[in-house]
Ligand binder design. Structure first.
Ligand SMILES: [Zn+2]
Length: 124
């Protein structure tokens, strides 16, 4: 499992409290009330690995608040890796609002998107 600093988006150890790259206090940031809002706005970040990482964290946390933004990202992105990340997060959160998008992604031309649509049980 991969973990990320939500300040600079560096990969960090699962046990890291302080980001080795930017020095941010990872646990304190995650505890802040606006953390989920920042993750949701990171879905629109122009550098593609950032929305992918933000979607992953939102999926792990099963953040239902992020469902509309994840649906929009899956539908509007042209990048199959971003669509895959958004769909995987939606499959994990498993909110009824995402059912139609999950059905749509299950017939997506890109295999990795179709695979993400089948949910956490199919990961790896
Ligand atoms: Zn950092």
């Amino acid at each position: 499992m991969t973990f990320y600093c939500a300040n600079c988006w560096a990969e960090v150890m699962a046990t890291a409290q302080i980001c080795p790259r930017c020095g941010d206090d990872i646990l304190a940031r995650q505890a802040r009330a606006d953390f989920v809002e920042k993750l949701i706005s990171a879905l629109r970040h122009p550098e593609p690995t950032t929305p992918i990482r933000a979607a992953w964290i939102l999926g792990q946390r099963r953040e239902r608040r992020a469902v509309p933004a994840l649906i929009q990202l899956a539908r509007e992105s042209a990048d199959p890796f971003i669509i895959e990340a958004a769909v995987a997060a939606l499959a994990r959160i498993n909110d009824p609002c995402a059912e139609e998008t999950l059905r749509w992604s299950a017939t997506h031309p890109t295999l990795r998107v179709r695979r993400a649509a089948s949910g956490p049980a199919a990961e790896q």
